[in-house]
Design a protein around this ligand. Structure first.
Ligand SMILES: Nc1nc2c(ncn2[C@@H]2O[C@H](COP(=O)(O)O[C@H]3[C@@H](O)[C@H](n4cnc5c(=O)[nH]c(N)nc54)O[C@@H]3COP(=O)(O)O)[C@@H](O)[C@H]2O)c(=O)[nH]1
Length: 958
């Protein structure tokens, strides 16, 4: 213990020092006699002081008697015994004092000193016994009696044996050395006791020892006052008595602390603790989610916590004191009553069941009833939510079992453990996999692995489910017989308490048919229907892959565009079925000539593409290799094909482009090969031509021209030129309308250039309409001119125009709107135009003929026209193609053809026009052959209407 930190200790030390110092000073001073004038006053003071000591002793006895508990009784007996003796001797000391009224014996100083010394000895002995922890067994009465008896013995000793004892006081001289020595011994004993008590205090911090120490010290010091007085009324003696009173007060204080202060402090502390505990308990009760109610033996409410009141929907004040019977519904009370009675008899019990709130709500609860003193305590738990959850759980378990049944009936189900080992399968699983249940259980699904999916596919699957997530996907499995089947698979992991999957359920649906249909659809989407070759879409994909591969490997690849020369004629003359058969044969030949890595595709019509890969990294060798292969192709494709007993040779034009590190766009490569192929065609067909970047310029120019062409009509850049058609006397019978395009930058653009472009992009429809209308306006205008009123105008009609459903209506509307005479309008068609949908074309021609319009068959002789076919057409005129006229004088064949056409026309009752007549000799030959109508530069080039001559004017050439 830290003495500086204990104020009590500091005060005790101070008190000891002061008392000691005071006594030293008092002893050092000369004798101070008191009460000299009135010695009887000292008797009163002495009696008073001694009575204080007696009272304190009695109080100590009383406290010890009444306040110390049973356990401390042996220690209390020590105090009772000691302080009874002290009280008795002190009282005797006071009463037998010299001058006090006689009481049984006459008083004297010696007798008084005898009782004084006996009292001090008893007092020192008592304190010593206390210090030694002495315990006197037995009842307090016994020890009180013992003390009284001992006191009686002392009393008798004092009265009868005093003369035989050594002197303690000599009047006029004061205390004897015998008494002084006894006092010193008593003083020393007290001071030793003080030291012992202080030590105990320092060790145990028990104030009782502090006060006892202080008492012993003060009394020990006070004892010295009685060693050298002369008269008992001397100041020093009085001081000694005061020390004694102070010492006794300290003893009382110690006894008070032990018997009253400490127990009360303890009691107060324990009450505090009890109160705190009660508050805590109360708070606990307030916040408890379970209802607690304490009932008296008549089952009236003594206490109820808020949860109980809430469950009844009542305030606590309304519940207190009320019989339980009136608080809960009668059915519940009837159920509870046996339990309550059982608890009143000391037995606990519990009950689980439904009850009804005052509002009529049906709830569920659990009650535990326990004995509680004279009454009972009931603890109610509202288990409605738990019950509802249980019901739901039951329901969901029932549903789960329904779902399981449904699953079993409709899905392919398998259970596996966490490692994927099959633990359970349903019948459908066995059926689709063709394995028996025994063969599957204990195996993993790798038994069914079809090798369709890469390892990464299954790695991803496992990654997903091992994380406790559901995996969905389509899997191709292999059945026991080796056949493949597809299943839409959902794998659901069942996660355990440790958060890791413990087992998996795999639910599958057979999607084999759907996958087959998809594969078929994909095949159709990516392949040409006629030849079964990859189509443009698949080619584009393969090209993309090939170019990427080429970039990676540095190896060259090549794209070969193959177009059949004159295939159109095959179609036109032999029909589409034969054309298709030819295409199939070409496709077959191509496939025979490529390697596994290569791709043969058909883009449409007679266009095929060959994609060659892995041609090597040396450009020269690559070119040499490609040239060889392209030549082989050209030769093989040029070999005759057998089509329904007809041998036919169709040469190919092949355009080639190479690709390597430049990751050219797939479409760009096809375009390049296409350009090269056109170059091959331009170069005379049946050729192999490599792509040259200059070709791109051509394509670009074409694109620019097309752009301008789209605006030409709006910009009024077209005009019609007219070329005279004359008779044998070179009189103008009519004209052929030929379109001209006055391009703002390029000047006059030939129709041979832009008409094919317009055909390709569909602009020919609006251009054709413009031509027809302009020609009709011209006819209407000439109708007013007697010189030209009977001229006809021949208009070139394109296939796309003629094939329009409303072509007839369009023509009729133009004739109506322009006021032209339909009989003066002539339409020039080519043989190739008439191949498609011939009956429909004929019907349109017939309607137009009924309107008065006449038809000429242009470029006649260049196609495969048959006699029967010609007969069916509602034609009026044949035009011998310029190519025959050109060589009519030099080539016997062309001369024969020209002559035949004239004869044919006559036979069929058709007019014949020879076009492209440039020389008088040509004309003469034609006249000699029977031809009567002519057209050509010999009679006039195409010119504007205003520049035409007059109808009866004989042209300059004649
Ligand atoms: N659908 C349409 N086609 C049209 C139209 N206008 C013209 N064309 C077709 O364009 C091709 C080229 O026509 P063009 O350059 O006008 O050439 C014609 C005559 O100028 C030319 N011709 C006539 N006589 C001679 C000759 O003695 N020598 C010679 N070198 N050329 C001559 O022949 C072309 C007429 O041919 P055709 O139509 O077959 O009678 C051409 O195919 C036109 O058909 C149009 O409005 N619509």
């Amino acid at each position: 213990m830290d003495p500086d930190g204990d104020p009590k200790w500091r005060y005790a030390v101070l008190a000891c020092l002061v008392s000691a110092a005071l006594m030293v000073v008092a002893l050092a001073l000369p004798r101070v006699p008191l009460f000299v004038a009135r010695p009887q006053d000292y008797l009163s003071v002495h009696l008073l002081l001694e009575l204080v000591a007696v009272v304190v002793s009695v109080m100590v006895i009383t406290i010890a008697w009444g306040s110390l508990g049973k356990r401390d009784l042996p220690r209390a007996n020590v105090l009772i015994f000691g302080f009874t003796l002290v009280a008795g001797t002190d009282l005797a000391h006071a009463l037998v004092y010299a001058g006090m009224p006689s009481l049984i014996v006459d008083g004297s100083i010696e007798l008084s000193i005898f009782f004084w010394l006996a009292g001090r000895s008893a007092e020192a002995l008592s304190l010593l016994l206390v210090a030694a922890g002495a315990r006197f067994a037995g009842t307090p009465v016994r020890w009180l009696t013992a003390a009284v008896l001992l006191f009686a013995g002392l009393l008798l000793t004092g009265v009868y044996a005093l003369p035989h004892l050594p002197d303690t006081y000599v009047p006029g001289l004061g205390v004897t050395s015998f008494k002084a020595r006894i006092e010193y011994v008593l003083s020393a004993a007290n001071l030793l006791l003080a030291g012992w008590f202080f030590t105990r205090y320092r060790r145990e911090s028990n104030s009782r020892f502090l006060w006892l120490g202080l008492a012993s010290f003060v009394m020990g010091v006070g004892e010295l006052a009685f060693t050298n007085y002369v008269e008992p009324s001397d100041a020093i003696s009085l001081l000694g008595h005061i020390y004694k009173v102070v010492g006794y007060s300290c003893i009382y204080r110690a006894a008070f602390i032990v018997a009253v202060h400490d127990p009360y402090a303890l009691l107060s502390r324990s009450s505090e603790r009890t109160r705190a505990k009660e508050q805590e308990l109360n708070r606990l009760m307030q916040s408890l989610p379970v209802g607690v109610v304490r009932l008296d033996k008549r089952l009236g409410v003594r206490y109820s916590n808020p949860a109980f009141d809430r469950s009844l929907l009542r305030a606590t004040s309304c519940v207190d004191g009320m019989p339980l019977e009136r608080l809960i519904d009668s059915a519940s009370y009837r159920q509870l009553l046996p339990l309550l009675q059982q608890a009143l008899n000391g037995e606990r019990g519990q009950l689980d069941g439904g009850y009804c709130t005052p509002q009529g709500e049906q709830r569920h609860g659990h009650a535990v009833v326990v004995p509680d003193g004279e009454g009972v305590m009931a603890i109610f738990t509202d288990t409605t939510v738990r019950e509802q959850s249980l019901r739901k759980l039951e329901l969901s378990m029932r549903e789960n079992s329904d779902i399981r049944l449904a699953l079993d009936a409709h899905a392919i189900v398998a259970f596996t453990d966490a490692r994927g080992v099959i633990t359970k399968v349903n019948d459908k699983f066995c059926a689709i996999s063709q394995y028996a249940r025994d063969e599957l259980i204990g195996q993993t699904h790798s038994l069914l692995n079809s090798g369709t999916h890469p390892r990464a596919f299954f790695a991803e699957l496992w990654r997903t489910i091992a994380h406790g997530e559901v995996w969905n996907g389509e899997v191709c499995n292999r059945a026991k017989d080796g056949s493949l089947y597809w299943v839409q698979t959902t794998i659901v992991p069942f996660v355990g308490d440790n958060g890791l999957p413990e087992q998996y359920i795999a639910i599958r649906a057979d999607i084999t048919k759907r996958k087959q249909a998809e594969a078929q659809a994909l095949h159709i989407a990516l392949h040409d229907e006629l030849t079964g070759l990859p189509n443009r879409r698949l080619l584009t994909e393969r090209l993309l892959q090939a170019t990427r591969k080429a970039v990676r490997s540095g190896s060259y690849g090549a794209v070969l565009m193959i177009d059949l020369d004159n295939f159109k004629e095959v179609n036109d003359t032999l029909g589409h079925a034969q054309g298709d058969a030819l295409l199939c044969q070409v496709a077959g030949r191509l496939q025979q000539m490529v390697h596994d890595v290569d791709t043969v595709a058909r883009l449409g019509g007679d266009e095929f593409v060959l994609l060659l890969e892995d041609l090597g990294c040396d450009l020269e060798q690559v070119i040499a290799r490609v040239v060889v292969r392209a030549e082989q192709l050209r030769q093989r494709l040029g070999e005759p094909c057998l089509l329904s007993n007809l041998q036919l040779s169709v040469s190919p034009s092949i355009g080639v482009t190479l690709f390597t590190l430049n990751d050219d766009q797939a479409e760009e490569l096809v375009k390049q090969a296409d350009m090269a192929m056109y170059r091959a065609k331009d170069a005379g067909r049946d050729q192999v031509c490599f792509f040259d970047p200059a070709m791109q310029t051509e394509v670009l120019e074409r694109a620019m021209l097309l752009r301008d062409l789209r605006q030409a009509l709006d910009n009024d850049e077209f005009c019609l030129f007219y070329q005279p058609v004359v008779d044998g006397q070179q009189r103008i019978l009519g004209v052929e309308a030929l379109i001209r395009w006055q391009h703002p930058q390029l000047g006059m653009v030939s129709p041979a250039t832009f008409i094919p472009l317009a055909e390709d992009c569909g602009l020919i429809l609006s251009i054709g309409q413009w031509v027809l209308k302009t020609a009709c306006l011209q006819l209407a205008s000439w109708a007013q001119d007697p010189e030209r009123a009977d001229w006809h105008i021949a208009v070139n009609v394109s296939a796309r125009q003629l094939n329009q459903d409303d072509f007839v209506d369009q023509v009729a509307a133009i004739i109506d709107s322009t006021g032209a005479c339909a009989a003066r309008l002539r339409m020039e068609l080519t043989e190739s135009m008439l191949q498609e949908n011939l009956p429909r074309t004929i019907s349109k021609m017939r309607i137009l003929r009924q309107m008065g319009i006449r038809f000429s068959l242009d470029d006649f002789g260049t196609g495969y026209s048959s006699f029967s076919y010609l007969q069916r057409l509602p034609m009026d005129q044949l035009k011998i193609d310029k190519s025959f006229i050109d060589h009519v004088l030099t080539d016997a064949n062309d001369a024969a053809i020209a002559g035949t056409i004239v004869a044919l026309g006559r036979t069929l009752g058709l007019g014949v026009v020879a076009e492209g007549v440039e020389t008088v000799e040509q004309m003469r030959f034609l006249v000699d052959s029977g031809c009567q109508v002519f057209q050509g530069y010999l009679f006039g080039r195409p010119v504007e209407a205003a520049a035409l001559g007059r109808s009866r004017q004989v042209l300059a050439a004649s």
